[in-house]
Design a protein around this ligand. Structure first.
Ligand code: V47
Length: 367
């Protein structure tokens, strides 16, 4: 590796990265505990460039959160509400259709739908929702329902995960988003999302989706009570499933926002820029079998998302339009970005802006 790093505590890791060797759990922990952000970034950028050249991706998408009523009410989440809460809501299919219709004038690639675990909604509601959105936006990918929701549908309908996914697929579901993974460690889950499905179950749902031909995303929620070891174990579990199925498209780091959550009493501060960048760069290095690492600008802000393009990231997500989950928890970012703003950010980072679809096919480049 570059002689600049000969005396770095990370020299051994740098040598492996240069040779394209897989990093071990111990390497990952060393990286996650290191503050040598420039060396980590240099290595992550090398891997990023090998995989994606000079392209940096974005997508024209729209998020919709159809209900905030949730049976789990995880401590980490400020979005979920009890049914009798004055702020509880459930959208009608017609209201969701209206959101889809608003996108008809644009070339929108992805419609992203996620919500709470609402006991009043049956599988037929979701099938109808998918059919109607698909009718309005026939050329748009529908990426909807986290593994947590899919498991909930299976349990409430007494069906297998595969049967639920096949029914939803038939109605128009193309892909699953990466939410709900949080941190797989049972110790952490017990504190931050006690009622949520286990990490194993989350992985099982994604494995099933991959088996029936759906591509999905993976996330990690960091910046609460997790340790460096727990972060790396989470990434390794994702890497193992990717070795098996190859079905993950991208990894997204999700920065924890504590405001209005059940974890507020811990007086956690918001994640720091240093940690946000480190998580993305270390993910780039550990997830050697993932093609894409995405910075979600909603959570870390557009400026840091742009800087992360020099630290292993090749995708800054999209236009979004409306975002409720992070904004309920105190996010101070906007909720939407224009295509021109995304292109500008990428160009100013010296990379080629590439508008992509869900499968990372380039629809337009350069600009
Ligand atoms: O599932 C919940 C997390 C996720 C908080 O797949 C919180 O392309 C921070 O998964 N602070 C939703 N995070 C977001 C998500 C996502 C976003 C963008 C793209 C994709 C994709 C997926 O946000 C939830 C949960 O893991 N979350 N509460 C909070 N207080």
């Amino acid at each position: 590796m570059n002689s600049l790093f000969a005396n770095s505590e990370l020299a051994g890791i740098a040598e492996k990265v240069e040779k394209g060797e897989r990093l071990s759990r111990e390497d990952g922990i060393r990286l996650m505990k290191s503050n040598d952000l420039l060396t980590i970034g240099y290595m992550a950028d090398l891997v990023r460039k090998r995989k994606n050249g000079d392209y940096a991706y974005f997508i024209v998408n729209r998020h919709v959160n159809h209900t905030n009523i949730c049976e789990n009410l995880c401590k980490l989440c400020a979005f979920g509400k009890k049914p009798d809460d004055p702020d509880a809501y459930t959208m009608t299919i017609e209201e969701i259709e209206e959101k889809a219709r608003e996108c008809q004038g644009q070339r929108i690639s992805e419609f992203h739908i996620v919500g709470g675990l609402n006991p009043n909604l049956r599988l037929e509601y979701f099938e109808e929702m998918l059919r109607r959105v698909k009718k309005i936006l026939p050329n748009t990918v529908i990426k909807a329902f986290t593994a947590v929701e899919i498991d909930y549908f299976a349990r409430t309908e007494n069906l297998s995960v595969e049967d639920v996914l096949r029914r939803l697929q038939k109605a128009g579901l193309d892909s699953l988003p990466g939410g709900g993974a949080e941190i797989f460690s049972p110790r952490v889950r017990k504190h931050i999302c006690e009622k949520k499905i286990s990490g194993e179950r989350w992985l099982e749902v994604h494995e099933t989706a991959h088996r029936i031909g759906m591509r999905t995303n993976a996330t990690m929620l960091y910046g609460h009570i997790e340790t460096a070891e727990e972060r790396i174990d989470h990434l390794i579990k994702l890497r193992e499933l990717q070795d098996k199925t190859g079905g993950f498209l991208a990894f997204i780091g999700l920065a924890f926002h504590p405001k209005n959550t059940g974890l507020e009493e811990l007086n956690l501060s918001r994640t720091t820029g240093y940690d946000d960048i480190k998580v993305l760069a270390v993910a780039r290095l550990m997830l050697d079998n993932f093609d894409h690492i995405k910075a979600y600008w909603i959570m870390i802000g557009p400026k840091l998302a742009q800087v992360s393009l020099a630290f292993g990231v090749d995708d800054i997500d999209g236009t979004v339009v409306e975002e409720k989950i992070t904004h309920s928890a105190g996010a101070d970012t906007g909720q939407s970005m224009t295509k021109a703003e995304l292109v500008n950010m990428i160009k100013a980072a010296g990379r080629i802006p590439a508008e992509r679809d869900t499968l990372y096919t380039i629809l337009e480049e350069g600009f």
